[in-house]
Write a protein that binds this ligand. Structure first.
Ligand code: ZN
Ligand code: ZN
Length: 327
């Protein structure tokens, strides 16, 4: 990974991945031998690891960007900075059913996926050389043929640029007001209601005030906490699964099944500290949440400024209308 010193941004430079061979899906039950050995799985029955009978299964990506086996090396190349891509690239196979989508899955299946997100975050954060972990999920990425449903876990030895920016804003707000930025957003949005799509005991689904894309949606826990993995428990997990299921069904069935990207925004690995005091207040100033960007490939920008043609208030009412009443 190389750092562009003029932008302060990291770039991963690597040869082009080999094209996936067409044919049998390597992620379907019965084809477990086609993937590298599994990292984790939930199983109801079956012969055990690397066999069928699983409900959720985690495998290393076959051509990973980041690997744990690599040694972490930082070095200067003249005036430039470089770092080896030590980390992990994993795929969470969300369902044994090849044609499943986040909308077609039962909320119980989606809940198992949410538990696996937690398990992987907890496990990867035991490695203090891993500084940040991104859990992401693309639905119908343009140019990518339909494939077995999976989420991606990417763990890296630096903090992702977007995470760093978000952490900095949250910390500055906290330094100034002594309150969590997201708790304040929650208070204001649940009071005003016009951008709230759904409100449950523990979560709010809303279209943010300055949505970058029409139908951009955030899911915020109403209870303050900086990390996803500490918040997911027997009460929160089923509630979050039902909510996300409702959101994905509204998008797929009521709003034309657009592409989307889900990102879990959670605190970086607090065991890995480079600058002393860097994250001294993160437990108070940062608030984990989930962001869903609908049709991210359609983002319209001018010099870095997003241009959205739908007002967030209209987007919120469209989402409310498309939301199916719960059975
Ligand atoms: Zn498959
Ligand atoms: Zn908060």
């Amino acid at each position: 990974m190389r750092k562009d010193p003029t932008r302060g941004q990291w770039v991963l430079v690597r040869p082009k991945a080999k094209a996936a061979q067409a044919g049998e899906c390597p992620y379907c039950p019965g084809a477990e031998h086609l993937t590298p050995p599994e990292i984790a799985a939930y199983r109801k029955d079956g012969p055990g690891p690397n066999g069928p009978g699983w409900t959720v299964r985690v495998v290393p990506e076959s051509d990973p960007y980041f690997r744990v086996e690599r040694e972490l090396v930082r070095e200067g190349v003249g005036m430039f900075d470089m770092i080896t891509p030590r980390g992990a690239s994993e795929l969470i196979l969300e369902s044994p059913r090849h044609d499943d989508t986040l909308a077609s899955m039962e909320p119980e299946q989606l809940e198992a996926v949410l538990w696996m997100y937690r398990d992987r975050l907890l496990d990867l954060k035991r490695d203090s050389q891993i500084r940040d972990i991104l859990v992401s999920r693309r639905h119908r990425k343009p140019g990518v043929p339909p494939h077995h449903p999976y989420s991606r876990v990417t763990a890296i030895p630096i903090v992702f640029d977007e995470t760093r920016r978000e952490l900095r804003e949250a910390r500055e707000y906290y330094q100034y007001k002594r309150r969590c930025l997201y708790c304040d957003i929650l208070r204001q949005e649940t009071g005003a209601e016009e951008r709230v799509v759904r409100l449950t005991k523990a979560f709010v689904v809303l279209v943010p005030y300055a949505a970058r894309l029409p139908l951009e949606t955030w899911v915020l826990p109403r209870q303050h906490g900086c990390s996803y993995e500490d918040a997911i428990n027997g009460e929160a997990a089923p509630e979050l699964a039902r909510l996300l299921s409702g959101l994905f069904r509204a998008l797929e069935r009521g709003l034309g099944d657009p592409s989307y990207e889900l990102l879990v925004h959670t605190a970086p690995n607090l065991r890995s500290r480079i600058l002393q005091g860097d994250w001294a207040t993160i437990r108070d100033d940062y608030h984990w949440h989930i962001e869903v960007l609908v049709q991210p490939e359609r983002a319209n920008r001018l010099g870095g400024i997003f241009i959205s043609e739908t007002s967030p208030e209209v987007a919120a009412s469209r989402l409310r209308e498309a939301w199916e009443p719960e059975a």
